[in-house]
Design a protein around this ligand. Structure first.
Ligand SMILES: [Fe+2]
Ligand SMILES: [Fe+2]
Length: 294
């Protein structure tokens, strides 16, 4: 996948930030071990259960998720091996990724300018909307689509964490001048949260469909073979704003990409039809957030 293009003027800022970004913890080795097990077709459920059991946070999160409304199993699941069998590898993979990303970046600083609670509500909303639309259109892979939506704006967290003062000005400028945050970022930094999100996704070696949705959700046509998932996230982002769920950092609604709309064969009636499903999904996915943000 091609990297998103960065204007020449942005290069300097970008280089300065890279050194700070280098201090960002890489995903802990335990996560790599778990992800390796998950990617190995010959691995056993037992290997996975054992790897998870070494990390208490992760083990309890897997159990909590297995018992959450998102999966809706009727009976209480009380052992890790049962949870692993029931949830399956893909769900566990997503839980591992989300847990570690939240551990590293989920909580805001004390003087937060980006309203983190509102931000994660926006992210959940985007994931829920993208998943519900994807389901309706028969694209399958609902959890992958949800995760792409949940993480699409992660670049904003990077900017708020590592360029805090500057980013506070950017957020303020967006509000005062009624700009899209993307435009305010480009004006001040020469690069946007898509670029920073892309860098992080690369640094953490996230799956390519997630990387594409993070890097191109405002311009899905550039996402090449990940056009469908990126378009779903693009539409999910806009729908979430239109329905005023959470806070994406500005109060503008970005324009709909006509090619994404056409490629998904969306109709206004379908969007109206999914509002109820979207609200239900939004309630289910709350369990993806750490308790203090929910
Ligand atoms: Fe965005
Ligand atoms: Fe967004």
């Amino acid at each position: 996948m091609k990297a998103p293009r960065v204007e020449k003027v942005a290069k300097k800022t970008f280089d300065e930030i890279l050194s700070q970004l280098e201090e960002l913890p890489s995903l802990p080795s335990m996560v790599s071990t778990t992800l390796n097990i998950l990617d190995n077709p010959d691995s056993l459920t037992q290997d996975l259960t054992e790897a998870l059991s070494y990390d208490q946070t992760l083990a309890s999160r897997v159990l909590k998720m297995a018992n959450s409304a998102y999966y809706g199993f009727p009976r209480k699941i009380d052992s890790l091996s049962k949870a692993v069998t029931i949830l399956g590898y893909n769900s566990i993979r997503n839980i591992v990724l989300v847990t570690k990303i939240f551990d590293s970046l989920g909580r805001g600083s004390k003087d937060e300018t980006l309203d983190r609670k509102g931000f994660w509500q926006h992210s959940l909303g985007c994931g829920a909307a993208a998943q519900v639309i994807g389901d309706k259109l028969g694209f399958g892979n609902g959890e992958e689509i949800f995760l792409a939506g949940l993480l699409h704006d992660i670049g904003k967290v990077i900017l708020d964490t590592f360029l805090h003062d500057k980013y506070s000005e950017v957020l303020r400028a967006a509000q005062e001048k009624n700009l899209l945050l993307l435009e305010a970022e480009r004006n001040a930094l020469g690069a946007t949260h898509e670029h920073f999100g892309y860098w992080l996704a690369e640094h953490w070696n996230l799956p390519l469909n997630l990387t594409a949705a993070i890097a191109f959700h405002h311009d899905p046509q550039k996402s090449e073979e990940y056009f469908i998932v990126t378009s779903l996230v693009h539409i999910g982002d806009i729908l979430t704003r239109a329905l005023e769920v959470g806070n994406g950092g500005d109060n503008q609604i970005p324009p709909v990409d006509t090619q994404a709309w056409a490629a998904l064969n969306l109709k206004p009636a379908l969007i109206e039809n999914i509002i109820g499903d979207f609200e239900n999904k939004l309630k289910q996915v709350q369990s993806f957030l750490p308790v203090d943000l929910a």
